[in-house]
Design a protein around this ligand. Structure first.
Ligand code: KG4
Ligand code: ZN
Length: 503
């Protein structure tokens, strides 16, 4: 008989052993396990068969969504229903806690697991390129209750909005009805840029051209909708790379014209904020938003979901960009952000006192809500050089952890100071960099201390995707705003205060 119970400290050695057996070099070490298990919002369970640890699984609660972190079954107990029992235990737990949905990632060639998840009601909502050390992953989702905004409404009366995103290297198409996420499909060209150590706009543009129609077809398929069902189209008009934006907006214009539907040309960065309404329901009247990505680190005050005041931004590198550059210094593959994150989890964040940019008293008057990360990147480079010159050992995990802690510290300190100053009780964090676990953990801890509600969408919705564009489009449609003019042009530096291109 399989007995499910909470995972306890005494299980750690057995779990670390299983991790090694299952994931080899990708396994979490004993220390990483301790850190993960003790992280905020985690629940880990164990499955015993005759007193033996047959499997373990964990879930992280993120506002009112649950993210399944891992499900591992001992090779000795495969095909005995341990995985399904653990999955059901986590889903039941999520339901008891009132979660709106449960997300997980699974390697695309792991057919047994995919079949298991699908048979338990999970649907595929997106594909993540290179998620598992080079192998792609499906993001899957189980809806436990309707997302905010459509409860009690007649679904057929709420417009279906198709969103397209092509500002960088991800071709994203999403479908949203009211506040409900119906499909989110992403094709990425990131692998094609890896050997150049950065995005090559021409390569990205061509990849968008090739991926757009198949991505659109898959999204419609997932949502169970036909093109003719689409009531409005939304597309990223900026900020972003001109070539990629041009491909996306041309496709959106052609679609809107052919379907005779309104077209909303929207701001990519604001879409990174509004996507949160799909998982955590409508925003309160005013929220603070921190958008952190490879291209942006911005602090915004957002009123009634679509009115934006910019409080500050980075003066030089964005947070993700700084991670990618430090990743290069540490010899990690591009993009370095996720690699540093993983490395940092096994290091000491207090090992090296790296500088905190623009936090000196003299910066308070003019730069209280601005960021600067290029000095920090230089400090890491100098530190590494000095160590190499004096032939001292370098513990990469400590460098990564100390660097990541400096970035997370500055971001959270300045953001919470702005919340206090403007008396805002809700913080939304969005953008690809909000996948970063050091930022997530520090923000969760400090928001809880400050009494600020923290809303961060699941990782799959933080990186560039079409659902976020559809979500912003749906918010604009719901507010009765007129569509963009048919002849709008892309704007690679679209100001963040301009939420859409208006007539
Ligand atoms: O928003 P996004 O997908 O693309 C744009 O820049 O618009 O953000 C990608 C950025 C990259 O710099 C990537 O390295 C970083 O986010 N990133 C991370 C993590 N996941 C993505 N940085 C640190 N830790 C992560 N877990
Ligand atoms: Zn982005």
């Amino acid at each position: 008989m399989i007995v499910v119970r909470p995972l306890v400290g005494a299980d750690l050695d057995a779990v670390a052993g299983l991790e090694c057996a299952l994931f080899g070099s990708q396994a979490w070490s004993h220390d990483m396990l301790v850190e993960e298990l003790c992280g905020p919002g985690r629940t880990y369970v164990a499955a015993d068969i005759d007193g033996d640890l047959a499997g373990y699984a964990g879930v992280r609660f993120d506002g009112d969504n649950a993210d399944i972190m891992t499900i591992g079954t001992s090779p000795l107990h495969q095909r005995t229903g341990v995985g399904r029992t653990l999955l059901r235990a986590l889903v039941d737990h999520a339901r008891e806690l009132g979660a709106a949905g449960v997300f997980l990632e699974v390697q695309v060639d792991n057919e047994i697991a995919i079949h298991l998840y699908e048979s338990e009601g999970f649907g595929r909502i997106g594909r993540r390129r290179g998620y598992y050390n080079g192998a792609d992953a499906w993001t899957m989702r189980l809806q436990l209750r309707p997302a905010g905004g459509v409860i009690g409404q007649d679904r057929t009366m709420v417009p279906l909005v198709l969103g397209m995103e092509t500002s960088c290297d991800e071709t994203g198409v999403g479908l949203v009805r009211g506040g409900e996420l119906l499909a989110d499909v992403v094709a990425s060209s990131v692998d094609e840029h890896a050997r150049f150590g950065g995005i090559i706009p021409e390569i990205a543009s061509r990849a968008h051209l090739e991926a757009m129609v198949p991505t659109m077809d898959r999204a419609l398929d997932k949502a169970g909708a036909r093109l003719a069902d689409v009531d409005a189209v939304a597309v990223t008009a900026g900020p972003g790379l001109v070539g990629p934006l041009t491909v996306g907006t041309a496709a959106a214009k052609a679609l809107a014209l052919a379907l005779d539907r309104p077209l909303y040309a929207v701001n990519h960065i604001i879409a990174h904020v509004v996507v949160d309404t799909l998982v955590h329901g409508p925003f309160p009247e005013r929220v603070m938003a921190l958008v952190v990505s490879g291209g942006h680190s911005s602090l915004l005050l957002v009123d009634d979901t679509v009115h934006v005041t910019e409080l500050g931004s980075t003066l030089d590198d964005a947070a993700g960009e700084a991670f990618d550059k430090v990743g290069r210094l540490l010899g990690l593959p591009y993009p370095g952000g996720p690699h540093i994150d993983r490395l940092a989890r096994g290091g000491n964040p207090d090992a090296i006192a790296f500088p905190r940019g623009l936090t000196a008293a003299k910066d308070q008057a003019t730069h209280a809500s601005n960021f600067s990360f290029s000095g920090l990147k230089t400090a890491v480079a100098r530190w590494l050089e000095a160590r190499q010159d004096s032939r001292q050992d370098i513990v990469l995990a400590d460098v990564a952890a100390s660097f990541a802690a400096a970035v997370a510290d500055v971001l959270t300190t300045k953001t919470l100071a702005a919340c206090a100053k403007h008396d805002v009780r809700t913080l939304v964090v969005g953008g690809g960099f909000s996948a970063n676990s050091q930022l997530r953990d520090m923000a969760a801890e400090r928001c809880a201390e400050a009494g600020v509600e923290l809303r961060i969408p699941p990782v799959a919705l933080c990186t560039d995707n079409g659902a976020m564009v559809a979500a912003l489009g749906a918010a604009l449609v719901a507010r009765g705003l007129p569509a963009s003019p048919a002849d709008f042009g892309v704007d690679s530096t679209l100001p963040l205060t301009q939420v859409m291109l208006s007539p």
